[in-house]
Design a binder for this molecule. Structure first.
Ligand code: NI
Length: 176
């Protein structure tokens, strides 16, 4: 497995609407494995294909991406994931994104979602997700339509966050 290059805001690839996948083959599985490896290395709990420069509808998630206890990991691969039902209730969750390093903000999401997807072996499945998994799935599926979590914020909050991101990047450069 190899670690893929991560694309960050404001890269255009993050704004593309991704294409449906028509065949699950070894090449695709290999790419999914690389995505998962990249997610763990960068300490994320979800990663969508456009974040590694690929505009196809696939995501990897793990609500418990533990480094200490590898047996606690629960990786999931979702191809062509689609929200087919959501609860009326919503919750706020403090989200981050590997494409906007070091930033977080409260985002309103549905409390529960039912997602239909194709798994690693090409089999169609459904999952009813709640808690953290429901949040991650909504965040990652958004990526496949070119939507970032900052798009759910008020203009003021988004502008503030992007200023902080700019400052963070300047600090990183300075400390190199
Ligand atoms: Ni993200």
């Amino acid at each position: 497995m190899s670690v893929l290059k991560l694309y960050e805001y404001p890269d255009e690839v993050l704004r593309q609407k991704c294409d449906k996948i028509t065949a699950v083959d070894d090449e695709l599985r290999h790419f999914l494995d690389d995505m998962l490896e990249t997610m763990y290395v960068d300490k994320g709990c979800g990663l969508a294909a456009p974040q590694v420069g690929c505009t196809k509808r696939m995501i990897v998630v793990d609500p418990n991406p533990s480094d200490e206890d590898l047996s606690a990991r629960r990786p999931m691969y979702l191809i062509n994931p689609e929200i087919i039902w959501h609860s009326e209730e919503t919750v706020f969750f403090n989200e981050g994104c590997l494409s906007l390093p070091d930033q977080r903000a409260d985002v309103e999401r549905f409390e529960k979602v039912r997602v239909r997807y194709i798994d690693y072996n090409g089999i169609e499945r459904e999952i009813l997700a709640d808690d953290l998994l429901a949040i991650i799935l909504q965040h990652e599926i958004d990526h496949l339509d070119g939507i970032l979590y900052i798009d759910h914020l008020s203009r003021l909050k988004r502008t503030r966050l992007l200023h902080k991101l700019e400052k963070y990047r300047e600090d990183c450069k300075r400390n190199k």
